[in-house]
Design a protein around this ligand. Structure first.
Ligand SMILES: O=P(O)(O)OC[C@H]1O[C@H](O)[C@H](O)[C@@H](O)[C@@H]1O
Length: 289
């Protein structure tokens, strides 16, 4: 699929990832992204010649299992905070892609849609349309989740953009910007206050309130990524399984925990409620250094 509205060197191609339908975006400047229709999941983002997202070499690709890596969309339930499958059904369903559109001089935007079906209504009795908008511009990836309530009842949900960021070595990484915030350490089940930057090496699973300023992820002492989230994402979840939990995850190599860090834009502590006819939307913005 090449489109004349694009600059000669901006490319949009239908392709596949491990046999699953996918769309590849590439800018004239060289940055690229790969989006799988299963889950509307961004699986790859290459900026300045470096892969910025982690995708497990053992990720399952059977079309019905959650894909380990990239940016899974958790909707309409985060984790096991409700009766639905873990992290909701959106990540294991096939979304429909609109035609890609040009964005500025050298950018591209792709919207993917998921609507209620008989199967979703059977487990979650709501009429909805979720729209994931992926915007790729030089050095930046912006991912927005919108949820439209097409029904006559309030639509309550929790959600997250469960971004798996690739890092050269998580034990040499630091995440800045969450200091002084009180958070829930889900591993210890305690509510401490964050002292300084986050460092990694053991299992980390923590829920922070959203910080006012963008977060900075350092690799060694070098800036690696900036992570920002719109205010409607009220929480940030930071997850790394560490060596012990990673060894038990069938779709991760034992050492994979060293190459990833999940920094998730989340709306989970209180359910979002969308009134009939209304829309909720919020984006996560990743900027490569
Ligand atoms: O293995 P998954 O179902 O993809 O979940 C992976 C992780 O997601 C989030 O980060 C949660 O906070 C973790 O508790 C969970 O283990």
């Amino acid at each position: 699929m090449n489109d004349s509205i694009f600059q000669a060197r901006t490319q949009v191609q239908t392709t596949n990832w491990q046999g699953l339908p996918a769309i590849a975006l590439k800018l004239g400047q060289g940055d690229s992204a790969l989006i799988c229709l299963q889950g509307a999941q961004v699986l790859s983002w290459v900026s300045q010649g470096q892969e910025r997202l982690f995708l497990s070499p053992l990720a399952v690709h059977d079309g019905r299992t959650a894909i380990r890596g990239g940016i899974p969309v958790c909707f309409p339930q985060f984790n096991q905070r409700g009766p639905l499958v873990k992290h909701g059904f959106a990540r294991i369903m096939s979304w429909a892609a609109d035609k890609a559109q040009a964005l500025g001089n050298d950018g591209v935007q792709l919207k993917l849609r998921l609507k209620d079906t008989e199967a979703t209504r059977a487990v979650w009795p709501h009429e909805f349309e979720a729209v994931l908008t992926v915007q790729l511009t030089p050095g930046q990836l912006r991912v927005e989740l919108a949820v439209n309530n097409g029904g006559t009842q309030d639509l309550p949900f929790t959600a997250a953009l469960h971004s798996y960021l690739r890092v050269p070595d998580v034990e040499q990484a630091a995440l800045q910007g969450l200091q002084d915030l009180s958070y829930w350490d889900a591993v210890a089940d305690t509510h401490p206050r964050q002292q300084g930057a986050l460092r990694f090496g053991v299992e980390t699973d923590s829920v922070y309130p959203r910080a006012d300023e963008p977060l900075q992820l350092l690799a060694g002492n070098q800036p690696w990524l900036q992570i920002a989230q719109d205010a409607a994402w009220s929480e940030t979840v930071v997850w790394n399984p560490g060596p012990a939990l990673c060894a038990t995850l069938k779709d991760m190599e034992p050492a994979s925990w060293q190459q990833m860090l999940c920094v998730e834009a989340a709306a989970i502590d209180a359910a979002v409620i969308v009134a009939p006819g209304q829309c909720w939307k919020a984006a996560q913005h990743l900027t490569a250094h």
